[in-house]
Design a protein around this ligand. Structure first.
Ligand code: ATP
Ligand code: MG
Length: 460
């Protein structure tokens, strides 16, 4: 009896709070209440779900798509969860493949479209004796070591992060299955974590970033109890594999709400573990102004469905670090262009030590930065050559942001705007005439080798 009580006590201490005493209560919400019709579901996802059901499996549209539809947002993707094993799903669809080594998912292809099907998983296993759920093995910080254990529908719901992300939609009946009051939370626009917040962040610290990103993206409030432990647990992000941290950072920056996210990250002390450079940049008045203007601008572009590249985003975030390294070198009488190249390499390598910034973005970042001084040359052939550069557009957009933030004179962006749209005669008239003396001086100047080895390598 006493042993049972102690076991219950300990299980409770690590259990995901009071709401998940087994079994979670199921609430079925009919279409006339929630209003989502199967016509709103992507045709391919609908087909996959119904095919699985016809083959005798349970299958639902899950996660972000149902949440977004209920909030009146166009879903990005429609994911499916099922009790069929990956091989069974694979067997039903000719154009499908199993992906992932650690946790196997099935991708079903329809032309260019991919529908992702995952088998129900469990992060918690039922302790029937104690009537509780116990979490899977974790490291000494509480980070879950496995998320690759198949489970039941109820277990799959409990392993998800927020109540509004844990709704299941059955397109056949047009019913929503809600185990954790997610529907009510959507109505109240409240982002609430499933279970005990501290434990859930310890299991996977990325959930703290997801909380910030989803609150900004969905324009909902982070529940107080959900938000409370975040500041104290920020350091746990250091324990997350850097490639995963990078992916999440990118999602956040390209969410169309990056400014709101970064302000919130800073408020909660989360930026320290994330993009170390932000510690410095966000504290500098000029840097902050540049970053705010630039992020606001790119958020607007994303919201208008205009393309924004990750390279452009990182060029923005790291610009003031590069600028101060460049200025430091200029103050030591180094030549301007080589100094810029060295400053760029310095910035990117220091960043790379802390965040897995993939090298595929390097050439974009380097091009945007190296083209900046070239906007100052407005004579001879140089402006024409710059216009033809494949990254002119991105570099020009970047220049405009520098002007807008007050870093450089607005006149330069105005000149380039006019030059781009001018007739050939007017362009010619706009060029600044070089004096022969100046020309001779430039030709005889001795130049140091410009590019660093790393830059040359990355440009290939
Ligand atoms: P987005 O709009 O960014 O796609 P999303 O919630 O759909 O938001 P996904 O990364 O597509 O995010 O994840 C799909 C679903 O998987 C989520 O809705 C949630 O149920 C679950 N999920 C994702 N990440 C986690 C996590 N770290 N911990 C628990 N559940 C998660
Ligand atoms: Mg999604």
């Amino acid at each position: 009896m006493i042993r049972k009580f102690i076991k219950r006590l300990f299980t409770r201490a690590i259990s995901p709070s009071d709401q998940d005493v087994l079994p979670p209560t199921l609430c079925r919400i009919p279409r006339k209440q929630h209003g989502i019709t199967r016509n709103q579901i992507n045709a391919s996802a609908l087909k996959v779900t119904l095919t699985l059901q016809q083959a005798g499996y349970s299958a639902y549209i899950v996660g972000g798509a149902i949440r977004d539809l209920l909030l009146g947002i166009k879903p990005k993707d429609f994911d499916i969860a099922t009790n069929a094993m990956p091989e069974e799903v694979r067997g039903l669809f000719r154009r499908s493949r199993i992906i992932g080594r650690r946790f196997r998912l099935v991708h079903v292809m329809f032309g260019d479209e991919i529908v992702e099907v995952s088998t129900f998983r469990a992060n918690y296993t039922a302790d029937t004796e104690a009537g509780m759920m116990t979490p899977n093995p974790a490291d000494h910080h509480g980070r879950l070591l496995h998320d690759n254990i198949f489970g039941s529908q109820e277990e799959d719901v409990l392993r998800r992060d927020f109540t509004m992300n844990a709704l299941l939609y059955n397109p056949a009946t047009e019913e929503i299955l809600d185990y954790l009051n997610g529907y009510q939370d959507i109505q109240a626009r409240c982002l609430r974590i499933i279970g005990n917040p501290e434990q859930r962040y310890r299991e996977d610290p990325v959930r703290m970033l997801r909380a910030v990103r989803l609150a900004a993206k969905l324009n909902v409030q982070l529940d107080e109890i959900t938000a409370a432990p975040i500041g104290n647990l920020a350091l746990l992000l250091q324990n997350v594999p850097s490639a995963r941290l990078f992916d999440e950072t990118l999602k956040l920056l390209l969410s169309g709400h990056s400014l709101a996210c970064l302000i919130d990250l800073r408020k909660r002390g989360l930026h320290h573990g994330l993009l170390p450079i932000l510690d410095i940049v966000l504290e500098q008045p000029l840097g902050e102004r540049f970053i705010s203007i630039a992020l606001k601008n790119t958020d607007e572009r994303i919201q208008q469905n205009k393309p924004v590249s990750a390279g452009f985003m990182f060029a923005i975030l790291l610009w003031h670090e590069t600028l101060s390294a460049w200025n430091r070198r200029l103050a030591q009488d180094e030549k301007s262009i080589p100094a810029l190249h060295l400053a760029m390499t310095e910035t990117l390598s220091s960043q790379r030590a802390q965040i897995a910034l993939p090298r595929r973005f390097d050439s974009m970042i380097y091009d945007i930065w190296t083209l900046q001084p070239r906007f100052e040359s407005r004579s001879g052939n140089r402006p024409y050559r710059l216009l033809e550069h494949p990254r002119f557009r991105a570099a020009y957009d970047f220049l405009c942001l520098r002007c807008e933030s007050g870093e450089i004179d607005k006149e330069i962006a105005t000149w380039w705007h006019t030059f781009q749209h001018a007739s050939p005669e007017n362009r010619e008239a706009m060029l600044i005439k070089e004096t022969p003396v100046k020309k001779r001086k430039r030709n005889t100047r001795k130049r140091k080798p410009i590019a660093s080895a790393e830059h040359e390598k990355n440009d290939q």
